[in-house]
Design a protein. Sequence first.
Length: 154
Amino acid sequence: MVSWSRSFMIAIKIVVFSIVWAVVGLIIILIGSASVILAILTDPTAFQGSFSNQAAFGIVLLTAIIGTIVTALGTIATVVKFTTDEAVKEVFTSNIAPRATQAVAPIPPVQPVGVSNVSTTPTQVKGNYKICPRCGTPNLQEAKFCKKCGTPLP
Ligand SMILES: [Zn+2]
């Protein structure tokens, strides 16, 4: 589960990026309006006549629509992006991690092989050793007496 503190952090990110997208949308709308205003300022007769009026209105409307779409899509994309990012992080920390430890678990059987190698080495060595008849201590083949108890070896 995503904690509330993390959810609020995501919410802040979404709000901030939504504002950025709103600004981008507003800039597009302003560019449309400004271009019409600039055209009128440079040439007051630019949009006179019913057709030109419609053209000016069309430019403003078009940029307004584009700006709104950009803002809306940007906001939705922001929500999708951050929630998806967080969902992926959540899956990695909650689901995959226990599976990863489960996947690591089969590896330890490799270590017992190493351990068994260590344990087989003494048994191999034991063959070259003389076991003391009194205390059971393995002694070197050439040893005359037990290194632990001093018993003469056969
Ligand atoms: Zn001994």
